[in-house]
Structures are given as C-alpha cells and as structure tokens.
Design a protein around this ligand. Structure first.
Ligand code: PHE
Length: 370
C-alpha cells in the first residue's frame, strides 16, 4: 500500500499527498504562500490592513498554524523539515510585518507633521501699527512747553463737586454765568466738571507758599450739556494754567502766553488781548492769534478778521484767592484755559470736532508722523 497523508492546506482544505512528493509539495506551497503574503504586506496601506493580513496568515485559523498542527500526521523524519520550513517562513513574515508596521507608523506621523507644519516661505500678514491720537500728541506738545518753563503737571477729577467746579470759582448758585456751563449731574452736589478750573482751587489750597510760588498746568477732559455738531461736543479737552506768586502782573500773563502761542503756531505770530469776562478772573481777557493762513489779510479760518480766538485768561480774582486761604494783598496770579480740540483743529485744518471721537482710521492715520 502506498502510504499517504492528509495535509491541512489553506482554503482548499486537506490536500492529498503521496509520501516522497509531500515534502517537495509542502515546501512549494509554503514558498508560494510566503510570496503571496509578502506581496500583500508590501502593498498594505494602513495599519488596519496590515493587522488583518497578520491575523489571516499567522492567526489560529491561518494556513501556517494549520501546517504546524498537521505535522502530527507526518513521519518523524519529515516533521523537522516541514517544521523548520514553516517556522522559517512564519518568522520571515513576522519580521516583514514588523518592518512594514514601523514604516506605516512613520508615514502616519510624517503625514500628521506635514499637515501641522508652517510654510515659512509664505509672506506674513502685516501688523497694523497704532497711531498716537492727535489730541494726545497736542497735549504732550503743550505739556513739554510748560515743563520747559518749570511748571508742574497736575491731574484733576472729571467727577467734581459743585463746590469746586462753581462755588470756589466765584460762581455761586443762581449766578447767570452758570447757564453757559450746564452739565451732567450725578447728584445735586456732584457733577461732571464743565472746565478744568476747579483744579486751580484744589491746587491753591494745598500748595505750600513758604516754599515758593505756584506754577502748574492741568490737562483733562471736561463736559457740557451740548448737542454734538461740527463745532460742539458734550465732552472735550482743556488745559488749565495757573501761576501764583508775589508780584505777578498782567505783563507776566501776556509774556508767558505769547511765548507759548508762538511755540505752537510759529514765531511770526502776533497776539492781541481783548477784554472779556470770567467770574474767577479780574480783569479777564480773550487772547487772539494773528491768522496763520492769510497772515492777517482775511480768510475763512479767521472769518475775515485777521485774528483767531485761542484762549481765555485773566488775573486770578481776589475772591478766588481768599476762598483758598491766599492773601490777595501779598499774592497775585494769572490763570488761563485753552481748548485742545480748538488748537488741533486750527493747526491741522480739521473742520469737524467729531473726527476726534469717531475712531475712523482714515482720520487718525493722517496724524501718524507728526
Ligand atoms: N474755565 C474757562 C472756560 O472753560 C476758561 C478760563 C480758564 C478762563 C482760566 C480764564 C481763566 O471757559
């Protein structure tokens, strides 16, 4: 009888083989299997696909396991040959799968990195540079002029009391001049200041005159009950000035303000003083500057007068000094108040005050390089 064995084989099931030819056939089958699986591994595109191949080939129900299991039916001398061959192929495939797995993992990592990477050759988005607001620039420029003359800069309160805003400025309750400075009231006594003048009273009462006279400016925001239009704003900016010492005269007022106005508007400018009225100064003046556009010939800026009104000023009223415990027989002083918007509008030909507050970059950017 010709001995024969059944060898479990792949999907075909048991292959019928004759002894002698068995080993050769088995070897060939295993070689074919190795080639086929090896190609599959090579072509695997994902880790999942690779793992499916591993399970199908090397798993419990895979062809190699079946060969190894079927060895019990082989003879003792055939067994090591088939076994060695099957193990060798299994090890080779395991190694190849490991390598492929590493390759696919690296590829996945590279893909992820490629997606996250930054293309440094792209031109960057331009960062928009901010611009100092023209009112800030104006304020600083005027501050510098006064600092150079030894003045100190004092900050006041935007929320003030009726007492400092009006009473101490010689504007008692019911005074008709209060009508021009109606404002926003927080209570009957607390309001948004209508001018920077209350800082005068606050500084005067604190100043130690035994150490010398007082020279200060106070820039800041003020408020009035006004309806906004091209020339009015319910909120605007002033700079207050105050000098108090022994022997201060109207000549000091004129000389100081002429110097400052020439610094702002140019050395060729002239000033003139016109009588005016403020309850807290006596005498009071309005100071005009000769028109810088038409040189005094008459134009739309100076309303064909040759002069432009710039600020209000005067000698500090003796009553105001007394209310701050300063003896008007010993001390005298001058004060002034100028509007920052007005100065900027005149210098740069701005014809609508709302331009300062609406934050339209086309407006603001024009003053980038002053
Ligand atoms: N406070 C006055 C105003 O707002 C200006 C001023 C200040 C006038 C100081 C004289 C002296 O109109």
């Amino acid at each position: 009888m010709v001995p024969r064995v059944y060898v479990p084989w792949g999907n075909v099931g048991y292959v019928f083989l004759y002894k002698g030819g068995i080993i050769m056939s088995l070897r060939k089958e295993l070689e074919d299997l190795k080639l086929k699986v090896s190609q599959q591994i090579e072509q695997a595109k994902t880790l999942k696909e690779l793992d499916d191949i591993r399970v199908d080939t090397l798993g419990k129900k895979g062809p190699i396991t079946k060969v190894l299991r079927g060895m019990k039916d082989l003879s003792a001398d055939e067994r090591p040959i088939v076994g060695a061959s099957a193990n060798e192929i299994r090890d080779a495939l395991i190694t190849q799968i490991k390598e492929k797995k590493h390759e696919l993992e690296m590829q996945a990592l590279n893909d992820a990195l490629a997606q996250e990477s930054i293309d440094v050759t792209l031109p960057s988005r331009r960062v928009k540079r901010g611009v100092r607001h023209i009112l800030s620039q104006t304020q600083e420029e005027i501050e510098d002029i006064f600092l150079s003359m030894g003045y100190k800069i004092v900050e006041g309160f935007e929320v003030e009391s009726d007492h400092y805003n009006f009473e101490r400025m010689n504007l008692p309750k019911g005074h008709p001049a209060r009508d021009m400075q109606d404002t926003f009231y927080i209570s009957e006594e607390i309001l948004l200041r209508t001018h920077t003048s209350p800082v005068q009273a606050r500084v005067m009462e604190e100043h130690d005159f035994s150490k010398g006279g007082l020279r200060m400016i106070s820039p800041g925001c003020v408020f009035r009950r006004d309806t906004d239009d091209a020339t009015h704003s319910h909120q605007f900016h002033q700079i207050e000035g105050l000098v108090i010492d022994k022997g201060i005269t109207m000549g000091d007022l004129k000389g100081t303000l002429e110097f400052v106005i020439k610094k702002i508007f140019g050395d060729e400018r002239q000033i003139r003083l016109r009588p005016s009225f403020f309850p807290f100064t006596e005498p009071s003046v309005e100071i005009d500057v000769s028109c810088f556009k038409c040189e005094g010939k008459g134009c739309n800026v100076c309303k064909y007068t040759g002069w432009i009104e710039i600020l209000g000023a005067g000698m500090v009223h003796p009553k105001v000094l007394k209310m701050s415990q300063i003896d008007p027989e010993v001390y005298a002083g001058f004060a002034f108040g100028l509007g920052q918007e007005r100065i900027a509008m005149l210098r740069f030909g701005i014809n609508d005050i709302r331009g300062f507050y609406t934050n339209d970059m086309r407006f603001s950017e024009q003053f980038a390089r002053l």
